[in-house]
Design a protein. Sequence first.
Length: 489
Amino acid sequence: MTTVDTQQTLDYDRLFLGGQWTAPATAERIEVHSATTHERVGSVPEAREADVDAAVTAARGAFDDPTGWAHWSPSRRREALERFAQALEARGQETARRVTIQNGMPIRLAQQWEQGFPPVLVRYFADLAESTQEEIRPGLLGKQTKVLRRPIGVVAQIVPWNVPQAITFLALSPALAAGCTVVLKPSLETVLDAFLLAEAAEAAGLPAGIINIVPGGREIGAYLVSHLGVDKVAFTGSTAAGRKVAAACGELLRPVTLELGGKSAAVILDDADLDSQLEDFFAATMINNGQVCWTGTRLLVPSSRYDELTGTLADLYSGLKVGDPLDPETQIGPLVSERQRDRVEGYIAQGKQEARLLVGGGRPQGIDQGWFVEPTVFADVDPKATIAQEEIFGPVLSIIRYQDEADATRIANDSDFGLGGSVWTADPERGEAFARTVRTGTIGINGYANDPVAPFGGVKASGLGRELGREGLASFQEIKTIYLDKLNG
Ligand code: NAD
């Protein structure tokens, strides 16, 4: 395993609040350890209530400034955000490295998602905001109406540890492009990449107070969500926490976007040529060590080809390269933490009671440190089994047999969740016809890949609202109607 240079740990003693590196209110600290070697890699101050108050005050002040960010023209904001995109690019490699060390994401993937995606999103939303015009609607009753899109205000953003940078930018980019200001709360497990983001904001000369970062746990997250200075909450995390956030926002009548858990279906139709699509199939089902909300973790296999396809899948998942996530060849790294490994191993034990273990089921041989579990596949899984219904969030898959397409649709929809999914077929039209029958927010044909223009989000217990695309920008805007005088027209 690549060891970390412990002489050069990343220790920060200040928080990024109001555009300044500010002394924290208390001496509490968050210690960060490598998911792979368990070495201490750095530490940051832990934000407490007084720090959140300072962050919200700064964001509020920046938003309410009558000549500030919210009132800049979209093209002036775009110029500033272009500098931000460049500053992120300049730090991109280090961002990927920090994420990989903290959460075990294979470095190739971190370079693609955590290094590559943020500047793309910043530019996409800055351009989109610039091209979104005020609209004039001819009225039915004689006068015209002007429809404005105003920034919604101070945004509290709460993110998980699994894809910390790309997920942050799913909401941070449209929020800033719309003219909002943001208080970001990263997860305890992944704080070091968030400090690099702060450095990029500072280097880009973004106005003080438009980005503020309060690293902390769930209590500080709950405090931020209910803070009186906040206008909108963007939450990504578990369904259990999302329900609490939604309840707090409901009480306050505060708009909220929720990107929550999933248990999506990867449906192999009976004409699929899976052998030629194994890399894409792996990416759609077990990427990032199985710690992705949208992955298809229920593999629906037709009865007519069950034995053959189960054999193909066994070969695929037993042949993955498991190991050091800093090695560019690695496909499966460690889980983020001991707690997460305990949770995943609990589900594997449950699966051994409920189904036939096909691949894995233990810890990888020859690796004596890091929060690793073997890629694990269960076959003959009952669609109602716990491992087929609950989100495991690790490299654990369930193969479920189906009889015909109607049966596959029924099983795919037999879930509390509805976030992602995929259909595998030699006939894309047939794939699309099937995709239409699945109740989910997003679904791919012969693959699954988010795109900045494509709205992303879930139905049922997977969440509320959409990120990305025009819809993602709109969720940080409020609509204001001006009924024009006849003379305006
Ligand atoms: P988590 O819900 O425990 O924590 C997520 C974030 O919310 C963390 O920053 C945490 O500190 C904070 N938090 C927890 N409870 C809170 C509360 N009551 N009020 C305010 N903040 C609170 O989830 P996790 O274990 O960090 O992440 C994994 C989960 O996130 C999985 O369920 C996964 O499916 C989901 N997720 C969803 C998406 C999506 O886009 N739908 C993306 C990634 C992860």
